[in-house]
Write a protein that binds this ligand. Structure first.
Ligand code: IPE
Ligand code: IPE
Ligand code: MG
Length: 246
């Protein structure tokens, strides 16, 4: 489907902090919830754009572990929106050969939501065209601690020696390690921070920030981000000469 590729230097995995739903709604004198609804429409659009451009993986930050601190009404509405989105969209994702995965701590979600998530993952697990990762009740620090805990357990059970823990092993046990690593990070709405999104996984990801609010994110800005990405030289610690001669 990758028909409109703008360059061979394309990101395979894009990770996005979808920010600015509240401000978008406020500008339109609408309740914040309307911004989240409009944001969901942008999610649909963005999946399509990624697939058209031959991107393989899209990871979206939908709800951070810190977002529980928001007013209870907003948290409830976000959970409801998440639930209806799952109920309505999963069949379509499946039909389009898209695999859905969730990262984050699930225990805090209602049982019904947890079941919906598990069913959606199970239904789509063998799909191969595209992978959509939703980070929900996710925090980068939680991810690292969770991985450390699993490794500690293996040491406790004598199936792993502490001295054998290195970056490679740690990396193989953390979320998303089975996927290609994020090449491009995008944050909308003008904020230039990571807000506890993927911390380990973004070590060498290219960053792109736009002032556009998430509900207004569109093909034009998406293509600008890809263009910016394709013009960058990823050196991974090496010199520019080394990269050019490789
Ligand atoms: C991002 O939009 C969506 C979530 C965090 C769930 P915000 O709700 O953070 O929008 P702003 O930052 O208040 O504009
Ligand atoms: C980050 O956005 C989380 C999501 C987009 C889900 P926030 O709007 O919560 O981030 P901060 O609080 O402004 O850093
Ligand atoms: Mg925000």
């Amino acid at each position: 489907m990758a028909t409109k590729n703008i360059s061979s230097n394309q990101p395979r995995h894009i990770a996005i902090i979808m920010d600015g739903n509240g401000r978008w709604a406020k500008r339109k004198l609408l309740p914040r919830y309307a911004g989240h609804q409009a944001g969901l429409e942008t999610v649909r659009r963005t999946i399509k754009l990624c697939m058209e451009q031959g991107v393989e993986v899209l990871t979206l930050f939908a709800f951070s572990s810190e977002n529980w601190k928001r007013p209870p009404q907003e948290v409830n509405l976000l959970m409801k929106l998440f639930m209806t989105a799952l109920q309505r969209e999963v069949k379509k994702l499946h039909k389009n050969n898209i695999r859905l995965r969730l990262i984050g701590s699930r225990e805090a979600f209602s049982e019904k939501l947890q079941t919906l998530i598990a069913d959606a993952e199970d239904l789509t697990k063998n799909n191969t065209k595209f992978t959509l990762v939703i980070a929900a009740n996710y925090g980068g620090r939680w991810d690292i601690v969770d991985t450390a805990k699993r490794l500690a357990l293996q040491v406790q059970q004598n199936s792993l020696k502490a001295e054998d823990i290195d970056e490679e092993l740690f990396n193989s046990q953390i979320n998303l390690s089975d996927l290609t690593e994020p090449d491009l990070f995008i944050r909308t709405a003008g904020e230039q921070r990571i807000s506890n999104f993927l911390l380990w996984q973004l070590a060498y990801t290219e960053m792109y920030f736009t002032n556009t609010l998430w509900p207004d994110f569109n093909e034009e800005i998406f293509m600008e981000a890809l263009k910016s990405f394709s013009s960058r030289e990823r050196r991974f610690g090496r010199t520019s000469e080394q990269i050019k001669n490789a």
